[in-house]
Design a binder for this molecule. Structure first.
Ligand SMILES: CC(C)(COP(=O)(O)OP(=O)(O)OC[C@H]1O[C@@H](n2cnc3c(N)ncnc32)[C@H](O)[C@@H]1OP(=O)(O)O)[C@@H](O)C(=O)NCCC(=O)NCCS
Length: 222
C-alpha cells in the first residue's frame, strides 16, 4: 500500500517531505532561532526539518512563505489565510499546506512502521478498532496498530486548529474502509466537526496518515 504523500490529499493541498537532509536553517525567524537555543539537538533537527517542509510546500502552492509561529499548545500558527500541518519522526519530516478558502484544516502524522504495544492499543482504541487491528494485521497492512495510532494523531492535528480544544484518543473513533487506504473519523466530542476523512500510506519504513477537512459548506455541521 505504498503511495506518494501528495496522493493522500486533494489537489488543493501542497506537500513536501524530506529524509535525513542537512538543512540550512537561515530561513527561520529570529523567534524560531531563539526557541531553538534551549532545546535538544534532536528536537532542533526535527523542528528545522518540519519548518523547512512547510516553507517549501508554501512555495509550491505559490504562497509567500511567511513565518510559522508556535502556539500555546505547541501548534503551528500559520500565516494569515493558510492552514497546514507538520510531522517529523526518525529523520523523516513532512508538511501539508493549503489556502483557508479551499481547506478548513489539515492533519498529517508520520510514525515508524513497527508494532504498537498492546498496552498502548488498549489505551487508545475501542473494541471495533481493536477488531480491525486483529483482522488486517500482517496482510496488506503490517502494523495496523500504528496506522490507527497515527490516524488519531492526525485527527488531533486537524481538530485542534478548528476548536482549540483537547481531544482524547477515545473521543474519536476510526473506521477503516475495506477497500483502499481510506478511513472515516467519528468524533464523539461535542463541537463543530462530527466526521473527518483520511488516508494512509506506508513507505520506506514509515506510516503516514493524512486528514483533510474541506472548506466549511460541505463538511461543518452547525
Ligand atoms: C500534538 C501531537 C499530535 C503531535 O504528534 P507527534 O506524533 O507527537 O509528533 P509529530 O512529529 O508527528 O508532530 C509534531 C508537530 O505537530 C504540530 N502540533 C503540535 N501541537 C499541535 C496541536 N495542538 N495542533 C496541531 N498541530 C500540533 C507541531 O507542528 C509539531 O511540530 P513542531 O513543534 O516542530 O512545529 C501529540 O504529541 C499529542 O499531543 N497527541 C495527543 C492528542 C491526540 O493525539 N489525541 C488523539 C485524538 S483521536
Amino acid at each position: 500500500m505504498a503511495g506518494a504523500l501528495k496522493d493522500l490529499f486533494s489537489s488543493s493541498v501542497a506537500v513536501m517531505e524530506t529524509r535525513n537532509s542537512k538543512i540550512d536553517a537561515s530561513f527561520l525567524s529570529s523567534a524560531e532561532r531563539t526557541y531553538l537555543e534551549n532545546v535538544s539537538q534532536n528536537r532542533k533537527t526535527e523542528f528545522i526539518a518540519g519548518r523547512f517542509c512547510a516553507h517549501e510546500a508554501m512555495e509550491l502552492a505559490n504562497i509567500e512563505p511567511g513565518h510559522i509561529h508556535i502556539g500555546g499548545k505547541g501548534e503551528p500558527i500559520w500565516p494569515f489565510n493558510i492552514v497546514g500541518s507538520i510531522t517529523h519522526s526518525h529523520g523523516y519530516a513532512a508538511a501539508a499546506v493549503a489556502r483557508k478558502s479551499d481547506v478548513l484544516s489539515l492533519g498529517v502524522d508520520a510514525e515508524t512502521d513497527e508494532p504498537l504495544s498492546s498496552k498502548v492499543l488498549q489505551r487508545i482504541s475501542n473494541d471495533q478498532e481493536q477488531e480491525w487491528v486483529k483482522t488486517v494485521g500482517g496482510t496488506l497492512v503490517q502494523h495496523p496498530g500504528k496506522v490507527l495510532f497515527s490516524a488519531k494523531e492526525a485527527t488531533y492535528k486537524a481538530w485542534f486548529p478548528i476548536t482549540h480544544e483537547w481531544l482524547g484518543f477515545k473521543e474519536a473513533f476510526i473506521n477503516f474502509h475495506d477497500q483502499g487506504n481510506t478511513f472515516t473519523v467519528h468524533i464523539q466530542k461535542k463541537g463543530p466537526i462530527r466526521e473527518m476523512h483520511g488516508k494512509y500510506t506506508m513507505r520506506k519504513g514509515m506510516i503516514v496518515t493524512a486528514i483533510e477537512v474541506p472548506s466549511p459548506k460541505s463538511e461543518i455541521q452547525l
